[in-house]
Design a protein around this ligand. Sequence first.
Ligand code: SF4
Length: 314
Amino acid sequence: MPVKLSTYLKNTYGEKIYRLSLSSGCTCPNRDGTLGYRGCSFCSEGGSGEFAQGPDFIRDQDKGMTSEFFDVDAQIERAKALIRNKTGATRFIAYFQSYTNTYGDVGRLKELYKKAISREDIVGLSLGTRPDCLGPEVMDMLKELSAIKPVWIELGLQTIHEDTAKRVRRGYELSVFEDAYRSLKQAGITVIVHVIFGLPGESTEDMLDTIRFLSALDPALDGIKIQNLQILKGADMYKEYLDDVNSGTGDFHIMSMEEYTDVVARAIALLPKETVVHRMTGDGPRKLLVEPLWSLDKKRVLNMLTAKTKDLLT
Ligand code: SF4
């Protein structure tokens, strides 16, 4: 039976561990012009990381210019202050979520991440990235970092279906993911895969085929994050969605909460016992979210998911 993240962390560290959302200052090949400028069509301008701490700024009075810099200690302290009163937490995972956190100057990134995981209050590092941004230099960095503290690599696969991947402009083929997965596992890195349910044109069976593929990976998948498609203002998919609604002929289907939670429960039932379930629903920025509006009532969604998966997860 797969395991909930909270159970896994409690078993591993003996206490509740919280993630601190931080920024590395990376961009994304799907946004800087290497693969494209507009990003995956579902991705918001914040690179799917609206809740992360931002950079610090320094002003050069002589030149009259302000430039940004990434002081990881300052970001960690700010992120801790946000949750300290609510949680009383003392140990954390440094989570670099937005954009592609292995895409940039490897020397700078290594220094930044080393600084984060050298702190006593940080138990591990989690980096959101793409499977086409894991070249040899990056792999060496990940091996070096993982000798200090556990490193989790989060890959935004979203779907195994090439038609959907092209349509949402993911920018790499499934074989790229498979190669990256193999290399990461050989290097002893924990891999967490992100999947989106409800992408346009996908049936329930298509979504479950993505889960079947992930469940058959060898070695077994370490972790999964499942979320519902969110139509966000500022993302290109919003326009596609509006065209679809206005023409009445498109193939967007915004799942109801009941439909979505049913598919998630079916997906969880397919996962191997080694897989840790990190997330079962999306957490979109309220001010940008267009659909599905039910996802704003996170408590209700989580209650329904808990009820439907109670015999499927430990
Ligand atoms: S790869 Fe990630 S950050 Fe880049 S455009 Fe796609 S979702 Fe956004």
